[in-house]
Design a protein around this ligand. Structure first.
Ligand code: CO8
Length: 257
């Protein structure tokens, strides 16, 4: 498939998508969002791919939704174009998506990064939600995900006071999983994703689904959902293989079955 606003490559078992609108600080216009999700959904269906990485460039992961595209938008225009549904496509991805963030992750850029499953940040990464400074609020899930990830007060400060988090703060507050040197940050993120890609695919998928359920429901319902994902794994070849390999003191050979 050919894309005009993103680049895609496969490194080992990791599908990598690079946002590629450097002239606009990788601001998400409708085309780039559509291409990004088309690429992620294609990787998600590809059995040779075990995990994905989304990155930008050193200076900007993404500076938000494209303000120039949005400036004259109307509510019904946005509804008709399905803009909100477009951002929501990240929730349909079953494999693990790692955001490799360097430089600015602002507005929709920060929202997209925190919609991914994990974040590897370069030392220069900066996370912020400046929407209020241009007269709107986050619309790609930022108010909900940041409140859940960071708690109410810090989410308030980021969204209302335009507080930006440095990479070190993002790590300290649990928004980033790793902070790595800017040189080679993408390689570090791909290596991180490779580790995930080497794990039992069905177990990873069920684990992701179960953890995401924790954000949606009560503890009692969440525990039931976990059991619904736990028991079926005992019908997989990978469970038999994983436990046998442990007992035989060897590496398991996963089949994804
Ligand atoms: N949209 C469009 N163009 C942008 C954006 C953006 N978000 N960010 C930067 N650009 C463009 C600039 O206009 C500039 O273009 P030009 O050269 O044609 O003037 C070019 O990128 C380079 O930018 P700067 O000259 O500003 O570069 P600096 O290094 O001085 O500053 C910043 C970098 C700090 C990233 C700065 O560009 C900035 O503040 N950008 C805007 C950040 C922002 O406000 N983001 C929030 C956008 S709103 C949003 O994301 C809402 C999400 C809702 C999603 C749900 C929809 C349904």
């Amino acid at each position: 498939m050919t894309y005009t606003t993103i680049l895609t490559e496969i490194r080992g078992r990791v599908g990598v998508v690079t946002l590629n609108r450097p002239q606009a600080m990788n601001a998400f216009n409708t085309l780039m969002l559509t291409e990004l999700f088309n690429a992620l959904e294609t990787f998600d269906k590809d059995e040779t791919i075990g995990a994905m990485v989304v990155t930008g460039n050193e200076k900007a992961f993404a500076a938000g939704a494209d303000i120039k595209e949005m400036a004259e938008s109307t509510p019904f225009g946005m509804i008709k174009q399905g803009r909100v549904e477009l951002w929501d496509r990240i929730r349909g991805i079953k494999k693990i998506v790692v955001a490799a963030v360097s430089g600015w992750a602002l507005g929709g850029g920060c929202e997209f990064a925190i919609s991914c499953d994990m974040i590897v940040a370069s030392e220069t990464a900066k996370f912020g939600q400046p929407e209020v400074t241009i007269g709107i609020i986050p619309g790609g899930g930022g108010t909900q995900r940041l409140a859940r990830l960071l708690g109410k007060n810090l989410a308030m400060e980021m969204i209302i006071n335009n507080r930006t988090l440095t990479a070190a703060e993002a790590l300290q507050f649990g928004l980033a999983n790793r902070v790595v040197p800017v040189d080679g940050y993408l390689d570090a993120a791909v290596a991180f994703a490779e580790e995930i890609a080497a794990r039992a695919p069905l177990a990873v998928r069920m684990a992701k689904d179960s953890i995401n359920t924790a954000f949606e429901t009560t503890l009692t319902e969440g525990l039931k959902a976990e059991k619904r994902n736990f028991y079926p794994l005992f019908s997989t070849e990978d469970q038999k293989e994983g436990m046998k390999a442990f007992i035989e003191k060897r590496k398991p050979n996963w089949k994804g079955k």
